[in-house]
Design a binder for this molecule. Structure first.
Ligand code: PNS
Length: 167
C-alpha cells in the first residue's frame, strides 16, 4: 500500500493593518495544526488603510522571521480561489468575542458555498488579546494612547511615526 502524505496548508487572510500580537498568537498556534501557513494580505482598494501593502508586508516579514513554514503573500478577488491556487485546504481565522461571530460565520458559510473543499478553522484568540484589534489599536495610537504591549515593537514604532506625520 502506498501512503501519500499531503502537506496541510492553511491561508491566514486579513488586512493586517497593522499586524498585532493577537495575529501572531493565532499564527503561532495555527502552526501546531498546519505544516505551512500563508499569511495573505487582501489588496482592497475600496478599503482605506493606514499602512500601504508594502509597509504591511515589511512589518509582517520582520515579525514573522522567527516562525518557520510561514509565507507572506497578497491576494485579490475571492479568497477561496486564491486558496485553491495555493493548494490550501483551510482558511485560518481568529475569533475574539461574540461580536466577531456573526461576520465570521457569514464569511465561513459563503466561502463554503463557493468551494466546499476549503474548510474554515477558527482559533479562539488568546485571552490577553481578546479586546484588541488593529482598528482599536490604531485609534488609541492616533491619540497618543499606550499600545506598546499590544503590538510588536517595530509596529509600535511605525504607528508612532505614522501619526507624527499625520496628526
Ligand atoms: O482582517 P479582515 O479585514 O477582517 O479580513 C477580511 C478578509 C480579507 C478575510 C475578507 O474580506 C476576504 O476574504 N475577502 C476576500 C473576498 C472574498 O473572498 N469574499 C467572499 C467571502 S465573504
Amino acid at each position: 500500500m502506498r501512503v501519500t502524505f499531503m502537506k496541510r496548508i492553511a491561508i491566514y487572510p486579513g488586512s493586517f493593518d497593522p499586524v498585532t500580537h493577537g495575529h501572531l498568537d493565532i499564527l503561532e498556534r495555527g502552526l501546531k495544526l498546519f505544516d505551512k501557513i500563508i499569511v495573505a494580505i487582501l489588496i482592497n482598494p475600496g478599503k482605506k488603510a493606514l499602512f500601504t501593502v508594502q509597509e504591511r508586508i515589511e512589518m509582517l516579514e520582520a515579525c514573522l522571521e522567527p516562525f518557520p513554514n510561514v509565507e507572506i503573500d497578497t491576494f485579490d478577488g475571492l479568497l477561496v480561489d486564491y486558496a485553491g491556487q495555493k493548494k490550501a485546504h483551510a482558511v485560518l481565522r481568529g475569533m475574539r468575542a461574540v461580536s466577531d461571530f456573526e461576520y465570521e460565520f457569514q464569511m465561513a458559510l459563503m466561502n463554503r458555498k463557493l468551494n466546499r473543499e476549503i474548510q474554515t478553522v477558527f482559533l479562539m484568540t488568546g485571552l490577553r488579546w481578546i479586546f484588541t484589534s488593529s482598528s482599536i489599536i490604531k485609534e488609541a495610537a492616533q491619540f497618543g494612547g499606550d499600545i506598546e504591549d499590544m503590538v510588536p515593537p517595530l509596529v509600535c514604532k511605525r504607528l508612532k511615526e505614522k501619526f507624527k506625520k499625520t496628526p
